[in-house]
Design a protein around this ligand. Structure first.
Ligand SMILES: [Zn+2]
Length: 114
């Protein structure tokens, strides 16, 4: 059985174990060093942030309600880059990007007098 040495990118500990997989199939690891602040990490981080990973970050922030300027500031990207992704997003319908509309509305009886 081949053992791959995996070190935590944060604390350089070898005390890491496999921790499921990313949706894209990348192996996740978790650092078991109790004093480590990072914990879950991927082994195969790309050396340079690619356009697609920035886009994913932009999408994640957008889904969390960040606007263009906020996203650009947080990711240290040009506003134009963020805008382009937002415009691209608006062309597709992302089910998870829609606001929650199917929450049960509780009908409250109106009091006649306040
Ligand atoms: Zn660690």
């Amino acid at each position: 059985m081949a053992v791959v040495e995996v070190r935590c990118p944060e604390c350089d500990s070898l005390n890491v174990v496999k921790y499921g997989k990313q949706p894209n199939g990348a192996q996740r690891f978790i650092c078991q060093n109790p004093s480590c602040t990072r914990r879950v990490f991927l082994l195969n981080y790309r050396s340079k942030p690619s356009a697609s990973s920035s886009r994913q970050q932009i999408i994640d922030l957008a889904l969390n309600g960040a606007d263009v300027e906020e996203t650009a500031r947080l990711l240290r990207l040009p506003t134009q880059t963020v805008l382009e992704v937002f415009q691209m997003l608006s062309r597709f319908s992302l089910p998870s990007a829609r606001p929650l509309q199917n929450r049960k509305r509780v009908a409250r009886p109106q009091a006649a007098a306040g």
